[in-house]
Design a binder for this molecule. Sequence first.
Ligand code: HEC
Ligand code: HEC
Ligand code: HEC
Length: 122
Amino acid sequence: MKLLLSLLFCLCIPAVFAAEANTPKLDIGKGGQCVKDTQWMRINHMHLLIHQRDEAVRKGIRSEQISLKNCVDCHASTKDDSVVARDDSFCVGCHRYAAVSIDCFECHASKRKIALANKDAQ
Ligand code: HEC
Ligand code: HEC
Ligand code: HEC
């Protein structure tokens, strides 16, 4: 019974995000081509990042393409260069909707590189 319940629970998350109508309206950011297809990303992006973090920290392996900086560069809003500033900001907009709380941006920049460089120059 317990196994069945946890199985049902696991199946629920992808089911919710598989349905286009159920995702919140998000500011996708710059556009272009994601590192993998949208469906896959919707369900699996966290594994990509957590895995990358472990690889980067423990083994010093870094990938240019699949790095948090790269995600932010593309997905930060064209209005405020941020992935967390507003209710419809890309990362936080969906996480709030799904009641996920992550603390990545305490250490990692939530704004795109260009915005950060401009701020330094001022
Ligand atoms: C070159 C630009 C680019 C990069 C880099 C990029 N993405 Fe994307 N991503 C997109 C675009 C554009 C879409 C939306 C595609 C669509 O709507 O069909 C998308 C879709 C997504 C989705 C699904 C959104 C939804 O509405 O369901 C997630 C989640 C996501 N990206 C996370 C990430 C993460 C995490 C990274 C870094 C590992 C990343 N993306 C890197 C451009 C990018
Ligand atoms: C306490 C600070 C801290 C927090 C919180 C944190 N990280 Fe990191 N992260 C680091 C440091 C330090 C590195 C190594 C930086 C380097 O080598 O450039 C790193 C590296 C990474 C990398 C590889 C380098 C890159 O730019 O992509 C990824 C991916 C990553 N972290 C993802 C995450 C994610 C996802 C979260 C939230 C679940 C998170 N981090 C939370 C400190 C933190
Ligand atoms: C379309 C919705 C959506 C978007 C957009 C999205 N996420 Fe997520 N994210 C989720 C969901 C849902 C979960 C929790 C999945 C679970 O509990 O298994 C999650 C979990 C995560 C986790 C793991 C948290 C943990 O503590 O295990 C990380 C890291 C993460 N997201 C990073 C990002 C980053 C960075 C972005 C923006 C580039 C982003 N996400 C955009 C829906 C989204």
